[in-house]
Ligand binder design. Structure first.
Ligand code: HEC
Length: 444
């Protein structure tokens, strides 16, 4: 391998590294040994003062021992062998996994883990300059991560465990649903939810979502664990109803890591006090097949890139909390627009590099969450790439349609929102405008 580049055993990483190398073809390479002793130019970036703080803030959540990323990036020694791969992944915005198109729509999210343009530039120029270490005495103090067992939402009032599964040392990735009846005897309102694998399970759980199966059989997706996710805390006065008799289904994606490991996943709920009914009920609107628009229509011919649309009309005014595109391995991009009652349309958000391996819900900042008047139509456009250019595509010569299997496809946009009446909508819009105005005057 070039320059001490480490390749891990899976086909996927090899492929990725091969792409990374192709991408780097035109770039002057950095030799492993000479780089160790590279003398930084005055003012140039060095690991200890410039790069380590970025890795602590944006990478260590996943890239540390016991977490699911393939390597730790906590020290210079750990990071240096990966310089070439880091440059490729970071400059293509594949790492950290945040797939929002930065050129369109709202850019303010509570869970934004992406790098700024300046941070990308800093990392790339540091690697181009030979990845110098800098003075070891300048290393920032190590970031404390705890043991991963603590709840980010605070101590839950209710914890539900998944059935135990054993993930074999070697084998293909496993997707499936594990259902549990937590024997709930009363209706309660949820204030915050967090899903997390227990102990060693963190190493093999790529993602795990929970779905609430209401007593009448209705299914609503509830919460998701994906590496680097910290749980969902609903806006103040907003919640979701957990009905007596509901069941919880854990939808999981396991990934073997060369060692047989037992897996249990738990979901913790913080509940509003008994008898308290929050002002707003958080609801999931699924723009896609669920509305019946696409069920028969998802038509992805062999060797083609397709575009499909879905619509959902909001009968009442609404505030959007988060947006999560859902497609399978041919999924490439998804845009969510609002078509206002006056006919004007606006792109709210767009994911331009959808990656089936990551299920990210993009949670809007409170001051930027879309406020939509009654009668607005949510419009999503999904792009599927069924050509050989899609590196996850197992067979570009197959026609693909709707289905639950990974190799079938979907187009759904899971939108979490709450409805409100027109008076409250007007009030929220006015408050937002007043806040913006006072911020602008302060900045003058
Ligand atoms: C949310 C978790 C998460 C965050 C945050 C994250 N990574 Fe990753 N990273 C992963 C996982 C999981 C993989 C392995 C799967 C893959 O390649 O996509 C990976 C793979 C990589 C690889 C490819 C390794 C190889 O095989 O060549 C590089 C390089 C990388 N990450 C760098 C970074 C850097 C640099 C940051 C911060 C700027 C970062 N990552 C942030 C989870 C994360």
């Amino acid at each position: 391998m070039l320059n001490g580049e480490r390749l891990t055993g899976t086909g996927r990483s090899k492929l990725t590294a091969a792409l990374a190398l192709a991408f780097l073809g035109a770039v002057t390479s950095v030799s492993g040994t000479s780089a160790q002793s590279a003398v930084p130019k005055p003012g140039a970036s060095v690991f200890t003062t410039d790069i380590a703080p970025i890795l602590q803030a944006k990478c260590e959540a996943c890239h540390r021992a016991g977490s699911s990323a393939p390597m730790s990036l906590r020290t210079y020694e750990e990071t240096r062998p990966w310089a070439r791969s880091i440059k490729a992944r970071v400059s293509r915005r594949e790492m950290p996994p945040w797939h929002i198109d930065k050129t369109v729509g709202i850019q303010h999210f509570k869970n934004d883990i992406s790098l700024s343009d300046q941070q990308i530039e800093k990392i790339v120029s540091w690697i181009d300059a030979g990845a110098p270490r800098g003075d070891p005495n300048d290393m920032p103090p190590a970031r404390e991560w705890g043991n991963g067992e603590q709840w980010n939402i605070g101590e839950p009032d209710l914890v539900v465990m998944s059935p135990k599964r054993v993930v074999p040392a070697h084998g293909p990735d496993w997707w499936g649903d594990l259902e549990v009846d937590p024997q709930l005897t009363e209706d309660r309102w949820i204030q915050a939810i967090e899903t997390k694998p227990v102990g060693v399970a963190r190493r093999v759980v790529h993602h795990a979502g929970t779905t609430l199966i209401q007593p009448d059989g209705a299914r609503e997706s509830l919460s998701e664990f994906a590496v680097g996710k910290y749980g969902d805390i609903y806006p103040e006065g907003a919640g979701r109803l957990l009905r007596a008799g509901s069941k919880i289904s854990f939808g999981v994606h396991f990934h073997s890591v060369g060692e047989e490991l037992p897996v249990v996943i738990e979901v913790g709920y913080k509940l509003y006090p008994r008898g308290y009914v929050p002002k707003h009920k958080v609801t999931e609107v699924n723009v896609g097949v669920i509305n019946g628009h696409l069920f028969d229509d998802l038509d992805i011919p062999a060797n083609s890139v397709t575009r499909h649309e879905a619509f959902a009309k909001l009968e009442k005014a609404a505030r959007i909390i988060s947006y999560q595109p859902h497609m399978h391995i041919r999924g490439k991009a998804m845009t969510m627009d609002a078509i206002y009652p006056n006919g004007q349309a606006q792109t709210l958000s767009s994911v331009d590099r959808f990656d089936f391996n990551w299920h990210v819900a993009y949670v809007y900042d409170d001051d930027y969450a879309p406020l939509l008047p009654a009668g607005t139509i949510l419009h999503t456009v999904g792009i599927h790439d069924n050509t050989a250019a899609n590196r996850l595509n197992p067979d570009p010569n197959q026609w693909v349609g709707f289905g639950n299997r990974t190799f079938d496809d979907m187009l759904q946009c899971h939108v979490l929102l709450y409805y409100m009446d027109d008076a409250e909508y007007q009030q929220q819009v006015a408050e937002r405008q007043a806040k913006k105005k006072s911020q602008t005057t302060q900045n003058q």
